[in-house]
Design a protein around this ligand. Structure first.
Ligand code: HEC
Length: 138
């Protein structure tokens, strides 16, 4: 019985999950292969882990406390502001900004910069896959 409930919840959450476009799905598959190569126990990206990462605080490359929310705010459906340049940033959530997570080169470029801003290093395949899985569902 417990198993059936689990299966129903799982299939509902899978049905609910938003889809990446084909090029982005290819990129996600590459990240997935990389994550598996780095950790044989890797079983898939996790939106909850991605959410935790998005809100976690770290010492950024400039030495101050930073998180993804420093520029993108606590609500992905709202626009934010680049704390370095003061330029406005439109919302990250694909549900309100259809252009988000559609262009692999754009996503790669900003993840490289933004992980560096927040973690003072590049993101791992696991971290990038988790956070993209979180954002696509916003
Ligand atoms: C210093 C400010 C800043 C921080 C901190 C920051 N971002 Fe960004 N982010 C930007 C800017 C600026 C852009 C590009 C402008 C735009 O797309 O509106 C961007 C774009 C993105 C994009 C590209 C989305 C797309 O498809 O257009 C993603 C994904 C992203 N950020 C994720 C993150 C994640 C994950 C973190 C935390 C590790 C993070 N950002 C932290 C400023 C920031």
């Amino acid at each position: 019985m417990k198993k059936i409930v689990c299966l129903i919840v799982l299939s509902l959450s899978l049905l609910n999950a938003k889809a990446f476009n084909a090029p982005m799905q290819t990129y996600m598959n590459e990240l997935s292969a990389e994550a598996k190569a780095q950790d044989p126990n890797f079983t898939g990206f996790d939106a909850a882990r991605g959410e935790k990462l998005f809100f976690s605080k770290h010492t950024g490359k400039k030495g101050g406390e930073m998180s993804c929310t420093s520029c993108h705010t606590n609500n992905l459906k709202n626009g934010g502001q680049n704390v370095n340049t003061n330029k406005p940033i439109t919302a990250l959530a694909p549900s309100v900004n259809a252009a988000r997570l559609t262009d692999v080169a754009e996503v790669q470029k900003w993840l490289r910069r933004n992980f560096n801003d927040v973690f003072a290093r590049e993101g791992t395949a696991l971290e990038k896959g988790d956070v993209l899985t979180y954002i696509i569902n916003q």
